[in-house]
Design a protein around this ligand. Sequence first.
Ligand SMILES: C[S@@+](CC[C@H](N)C(=O)[O-])C[C@H]1O[C@@H](n2cnc3c(N)ncnc32)[C@H](O)[C@@H]1O
Length: 205
Amino acid sequence: MRSWYAIDSRLRSSGATGYERSRFPDDMVRVLLHRFARRGDVLLDPFAGTGTTLRVASQYGLTGLGFEPDPELYDVCQRECPPGTLIINDIAQRLCDYAIPECDLILTSPPFSPSGLQDGDGRDYFETIHTVFTLAKGRLRKDAMVLVEGVNVRSEEGVADPLAFNLNVVLSTIFTFQGEIVFCDTSPTANLFGFQHSHMLIYKN
Ligand SMILES: C[S@@+](CC[C@H](N)C(=O)[O-])C[C@H]1O[C@@H](n2cnc3c(N)ncnc32)[C@H](O)[C@@H]1O
């Protein structure tokens, strides 16, 4: 299994600007759907952001379902995703409040900093991540693949935080770890939160 790809993060087909730092490149989603999705699958993105995953998924004949609590990003999502995509303007911790179908695949990227995660009940980042993925597991088909992008973060002062590695510690208690795909950003201005690559963590339900 090929375990790394080099992608220029500037290559994004969507017109929405201002969210480049936290947005998936379309090509990353294409690579993953090509390998892990089948036409007709229901894809869940609990942290939908600008809706890149859901938009590209629709081009592959998948049905996209996502959560995005930020009203501005939710609007971008609504604008960019075709009809038939279900986008819920709420935090993913409330997943069980909605009648959502059984899902075949998760592809997502949680916020890359604890302060970016809307918590709603005062708990810490990894507890909230654990809650969201445990709830999502309840809506996932057996053997479904779970793909979660994590980045390790380095501050401007040079302090490194192994966020991606800690994410794996939590997710491995819920799903079975299968491996990772590293995405290297070849853009000359790339600075993915202090590093020029991200980790797509791969699990099976
Ligand atoms: C890294 S971004 C996702 C980017 C997305 N992959 C894209 O291409 O645009 C993470 C998103 O999670 C959202 N978010 C924060 N807290 C959340 C929560 N509790 N439930 C669902 N989404 C949340 C943020 O508003 C942000 O848009």
